[in-house]
Design a binder for this molecule. Structure first.
Ligand code: NDP
Length: 300
């Protein structure tokens, strides 16, 4: 029986995960099909229930469901529990296990961004959704001493800070209202800026004005594209990286969880590049209008 793995999100049309995961299944001769399920919040419970039948190996969960799905699983791994967000489901019989492979993906992206420099201790994070939770947890685990989270709806950032109270008790994690002047003041005190909002995913917009970017910033946009933010940041002399490495490595970790086999990461990387070249856009972070961008210093 051909096994099925699905990506559940809204929207998911033409996801890059499809190309990447199918290439990995095919390369290793695994009889499995990766499907894209566009399901809004009202349809989530039914979609998750369907996964309990034998034909499904598991699923990926993407925007906007990573937090909501937590209540639908039978068991969570430590990382899913500690972040309060799930991006991968595996099966134990009919039971569903929630994992968070974004945390591992983010770690690899952060290490590449920082390069040989000393790991900074201060960060500003824009956004407080499911992706942001993996970022904030990754930064806490990395030893950051001050993390400021800005979100359009402040209460969501406050909720996240509260959720992380225990893991962040040794450091300064705080939510602040989304005002340009406050973001500017915080950026002046920080080295790392992460965009974990979806601003820039579907339109050529940046979450913040170019003028407040300073050259010493290391800027990571979770969106897999040469977004307006990344273009502004490079023009300002910042070191930048897009979401490609995180996407690739969270996907590789998910693949191993479903199949028990090491992921053919080069094959997955090539499939991502090819899908991009064909103009495929992604729910995980690639808008149709932008050029690809890999981690590299300004001016490189
Ligand atoms: P969620 O839906 O959980 O969160 C979306 C976030 O974006 C919230 O903070 C939301 O703010 C903010 N936002 C959305 N639209 C606007 C707007 N118009 N103005 C201000 N804020 C806005 O999504 P995820 O956290 O799962 O994903 C967020 C982004 O990160 C997406 O672009 C996704 O593609 C990318 N991502 C990439 C990954 C990778 O592997 N490269 C992994 C995970 C995510 P509010 O709460 O106020 O609505």
């Amino acid at each position: 029986m051909t096994k099925r793995v699905v990506l559940i999100g809204h929207p998911v049309a033409h996801s890059l995960s499809g190309a990447m995961q199918q290439a990995a299944f095919d390369h290793l001769g695994i009889d499995a099909r990766y499907e894209l399920w566009d399901r809004g919040p009202a349809e989530l419970a039914e979609a998750i229930a369907e996964l309990r039948t034998e034909e499904f190996l598991g699923a990926n969960i993407t925007i906007p469901h990573k937090e909501r799905v937590v209540t639908h699983v039978d068991r969570q791994t430590d990382e899913a529990h500690i972040t309060g967000a799930v991006n991968t489901l595996t099966k134990e019989g009919r039971k569903l296990v929630g994992h968070n492979t974004d945390v591992a993906g983010f770690k690899i992206a952060l290490d590449k961004l920082v390069g040989k420099q000393k790991m900074p201790r201060n960060a500003v994070v824009l956004g407080a959704g499911g992706g942001s939770r993996a970022v904030v947890y990754g930064l806490i685990r990395e030893g950051f001493q001050r993390i400021v989270v800005f979100n359009r709806h402040l209460h969501r950032a406050e909720g996240m800070v509260k959720y992380f109270a225990r893991s962040s008790s040794h450091m300064d994690l705080r939510a602040m209202p989304w005002h340009e002047s406050i973001i500017e003041a915080e950026l002046a005190k920080t080295r790392v800026l992460v965009n974990a909002t979806s601003i820039g995913l579907n339109e050529d917009e940046s979450p913040i004005p170019a003028e407040i970017l300073t050259p010493d910033l290391l800027v990571l946009d979770l969106i897999y594209a040469h977004t307006r933010l990344l273009r502004d940041a490079r023009a300002a002399g910042c070191t930048t990286a897009d979401g490609e490495l995180m996407l690739l490595n969270q996907g590789a970790a998910s693949f191993t969880l479903w199949t028990g086999q090491p992921a053919p990461i080069e094959v997955m990387h090539a499939a991502l590049a090819e899908a991009r070249a064909r103009g495929i856009t992604s729910a995980e972070g690639e808008p149709a209008l932008a050029e690809p961008a890999l981690a590299e210093p300004a001016g490189a």
